[in-house]
Design a protein around this ligand. Structure first.
Ligand SMILES: [Zn+2]
Length: 366
């Protein structure tokens, strides 16, 4: 009975935490519910960096009613000063009887210390219920906080025979308008979109978040451009109010455009190369060091292939449409050298799929 009750209240925490998706990063998505004798006396979630944490909001609402109550939180409370005070102090002051948590916070500054301090104070702590739900909800945070490298999602649209474009580079549109709208919605969950320079040169996209579900959402645009071929007339440069544009290039690249681009507000980062190309691992490290915890790689095929080959992708999201494109020179998102035997192929884990109209969207982890 207690477990059933715990699960119900924890699900409420997740409902609250999900409101923060796309806004609270690089912080985790956390919701908290304070329950006493079957009545919710406080609830809250962490909206965005700088705003109070979920536990602080919920305890503030509960006030004196938190005495002897149970707190439900999807992630262990913090014990360290960030932009806000540590939640553990508020929890200990609240005189709670019991705290139910899905997951330990793997942040090296926390990592069990919050739980230990509650136990030391005589609070009954239950840990582990719905942990898998937290693992998925906070997949970005959990990778970032332990590795300081963003969580990377690859997104692409395919025909049923696995093509991203015809042999004449025509790709508009492989997927249906409904699928494109859904995929566009997902952009808002990310902090950055990354593409290779060929995508800019061929499609001239703006790469902004325009879906009505994300009013005011800004997203950083990352362009991998080893030879600094970025044109100063690219459409993306007229959208700097919708998010920054960072171009990663080789230290030795020379371009008369460099100064013009910088003047327009583009940040140009020069990195050492891996052969003739920017080292993408170094790009991800740079983004991590600049507090970008998630990246959506939208194209093109060269960049996506390179990142798959170098195991730099965490998650894939692919729409498949009921069209057969054919053609030997038609494009695939994963080309490169390929593997010799099927046993060497990249394995997709936890794959699931759903349908939008006539298209199928498949997602999984690498
Ligand atoms: Zn906290």
């Amino acid at each position: 009975m207690t477990e059933y009750k715990d699960i119900s209240y924890l699900h409420m925490c997740y409902g609250l935490a999900e409101k923060a998706v796309g806004w609270a990063s690089p912080n985790p998505y956390v919701g908290a519910v304070i329950e006493k004798k079957g009545i919710i006396v406080g609830h809250g979630y962490h909206e965005m960096p700088g705003k109070p944490h979920a536990e602080a909001v919920a305890l503030e609402k509960a006030g004196a009613q938190s005495k002897g109550a149970t707190a439900y939180i999807n992630l262990e409370p913090c014990v360290h000063w960030g932009r806000t005070p540590p939640c553990i102090d508020k929890i200990l002051q609240a005189d709670l009887k019991r705290v139910v948590i899905s997951s330990v916070d793997p942040n090296p500054l926390v990592n069990g210390k919050g739980i230990q301090r509650m136990k030391n104070a005589g609070i009954e702590v239950s840990l582990g219920l719905l942990k898998q739900r937290n693992d998925r909800l906070n997949e970005i945070y959990l990778k970032y906080i332990q590795n300081n490298i963003p969580f990377v999602t690859l997104k692409t649209a395919l025909s049923l025979d696995g093509k991203t474009a015809t042999k004449t580079h025509s790709s508009k549109w492989i997927s249906s308008p409904e699928t494109r709208k859904y995929m566009h919605l997902l952009r808002g969950e990310q902090e950055a979109i990354m593409v290779g320079i060929n995508t800019i040169l061929q499609d001239d996209p703006r790469l902004t978040v325009r879906h009505p579900s994300w009013p005011g959402k800004k997203i950083t645009r990352v362009i991998v451009d080893s030879k600094l071929r970025m044109p100063s007339t690219a459409k993306i440069l007229s959208t700097l109010s919708k998010g920054g544009v960072i171009v990663f290039t080789l230290e030795q690249s020379i371009s008369k455009n460099r100064k013009v681009l910088q003047k327009k507000g583009v940040k140009i980062v020069s990195l050492p190369g891996k052969g003739q190309r920017v080292d993408i691992k170094k790009v991800l490290e740079w983004l991590g060091n600049h507090k970008i915890s998630s990246v959506l790689v939208e194209g093109g095929n060269l960049l996506q292939t390179h990142m798959l080959e170098n195991k730099l992708i965490d998650k894939i999201m692919i729409s498949i449409s009921p069209k057969l494109v054919g053609g030997q020179g038609a494009h695939c998102f994963f080309q490169g050298a390929g593997v010799q035997t099927i046993s060497q192929s990249l394995k997709i884990k936890e794959m699931n799929e759903f349908q939008i109209g006539n298209d199928i969207v498949v997602q999984g982890y690498i």
